[in-house]
Design a protein around this ligand. Structure first.
Ligand SMILES: Cc1cc2nc3c(=O)[nH]c(=O)nc-3n(C[C@H](O)[C@H](O)[C@H](O)COP(=O)(O)OP(=O)(O)OC[C@H]3O[C@@H](n4cnc5c(N)ncnc54)[C@H](O)[C@@H]3O)c2cc1C
Length: 396
């Protein structure tokens, strides 16, 4: 399966790049320093119809394909990783509804999400259940025409600023996390819901990562997604697709660091010549650029698999996230090196990019978990793997 970037993709890249360079990049250092959610940039993206790209036109979205959505995230992350999480999580939170929601649920919620009036978050991880999703313990008890939710979630991106959540909880604890979990839509105004804590973090500091608590939160049965017991499957199918956004984010962060390193090396003089003229530095820049290009092309190839709903899309999206995440960490570390002491001070952007890059190796399934997913598909592809239905045990 091949892919080709269309003129529309390149036009989208040009528009988003201009917006990112003129309006987002100038705010990045301040967002990092204050650790405040950039509401102004959320409004900017909403006004530009860039929060509705994963929704169909009938819900007010623009129905962009997966390659286009990857380019959108990449170009924003190139300027600021925190701001790129606004479209990333709008899609992550909505995917369970896109995959398993009824038309009634989509008609009820998607217009406000597509316009950016509302933000949504994806609440799967718990304090004792990260990579091991089946260890989830939050409960959803059916009481006549309502579900009553009790428990807590940890590390939920935008959990403290979202209007809506997709939440995973056990409707049948005896059946365990894989078969006893169900998925729900929860409006954060519902009594009993709270976001008592926001984490202090190494990077993506303007993106609030919250602990969420549910104390007898009552939601109508119409807010369950799919059938009881399908929650684990919905969560895994969501992550198989949303990981693509993290790969695109990592490619963007790496490209932003390369841009800064090339600019500095071209300006900086040592020993009477430009730092960029030292072969040792040229070799570093060449490795940074070629590895980032490889990660970019793998990400677009994976996006084409998502658009085609290919059976092996988990292999591709996990490979893209694995390669792009590791590349971003290596490239941003090298960019700090190319800037020398200036790379280590907050006046220059690369130390922030290095701190931001690390999260792309952790969330939406750590790199170890990506390798598990890839290996399973490899064995399956060779006809020597576990049955498809038994292949999933992990991973957020
Ligand atoms: C900033 C941030 C934002 C996040 N946003 C969200 C969000 O919006 N929604 C959400 O639901 N979650 C979110 N998460 C949670 C994230 O997905 C988890 O942190 C991640 O899945 C890892 O789980 P853990 O932190 O519990 O680590 P653990 O699962 O405890 O892992 C610890 C180490 O053990 C390794 N490990 C675990 N199992 C295996 C295995 N089988 N084989 C090999 N190695 C293994 C891991 O790779 C890791 O190195 C976020 C986390 C962070 C830090």
């Amino acid at each position: 399966m091949t892919y080709r970037l269309t003129d529309e993709h390149e036009e989208l890249r040009a528009v988003v790049r201009e917006l990112a360079e003129e309006r987002i990049a100038p705010r990045a250092a301040e967002i990092d320093e204050t650790a405040e959610f950039p509401w102004d940039l959320k409004e900017l993206l909403a006004k530009q119809d860039l929060l509705g790209t994963c929704f169909h036109e009938r819900h007010g979205g623009t129905g962009l394909d997966a390659i286009g959505q990857a380019i959108l995230v990449e170009e924003i992350a190139r300027a600021d990783a925190t701001t790129s999480l606004i479209p990333i999580v709008q899609k992550l939170g909505a995917l369970p509804i896109l995959l398993a929601g009824s038309d009634e649920q989509k008609d009820r919620y998607f217009p406000r999400l597509a316009s950016g009036e509302w933000l949504i978050a994806f609440a799967l991880t718990e304090a004792a259940a990260g990579s091991d999703v089946s260890a989830n313990r939050m409960r959803a008890r059916l009481e006549s025409d309502c579900y009553v939710l009790n428990g807590s979630k940890r590390f939920i991106t935008h959990g403290s600023v979202a209007n809506l959540l997709t939440v995973f909880a056990l409707t049948d604890p005896d059946a365990g996390g894989r078969r006893g979990m169900s998925a729900f839509i929860v409006e954060t105004e519902t009594p009993g819901f709270a976001a008592p804590r926001v984490e202090h973090k190494m990077g993506i500091r303007g993106s609030p990562t919250a602990e969420l608590t549910f104390d007898d939160v009552r939601i109508p049965v119409q807010n369950r997604l799919g059938a009881e017991g399908e929650g684990f499957k919905i969560a895994m199918e969501t992550l198989d697709r949303s990981r693509l956004s993290i790969a695109a984010q990592a490619v963007g962060i790496a490209q932003g660091a390369i841009d800064a390193a090339v600019r500095h090396a071209a300006d900086r003089q040592q020993f009477g010549q430009r730092v960029a003229d030292f072969q040792g530095i040229q070799f570093m820049l060449a490795d940074m650029a070629s590895q980032t290009e490889a990660a970019r092309q793998l990400t677009y190839a994976a996006a084409a698999r998502v658009d085609a709903a290919a059976w092996d899309l988990p292999y591709w999206t996990s490979s893209a996230k694995l390669v792009a995440g590791d590349t971003a960490m290596r490239v941003t570390t090298d960019a700090v090196q190319v800037l020398g002491g200036y790379g280590y001070i907050t006046e220059y952007p690369v130390e922030r990019m290095m701190r931001d890059a690390k999260i792309t190796q952790l969330y939406e399934g750590t790199q170890q978990i990506q390798r598990l997913v890839i290996a399973r598909q490899l064995l399956q592809r060779a006809g020597v793997g576990a049955e498809a239905s038994d292949r999933r045990e992990t991973s957020a």
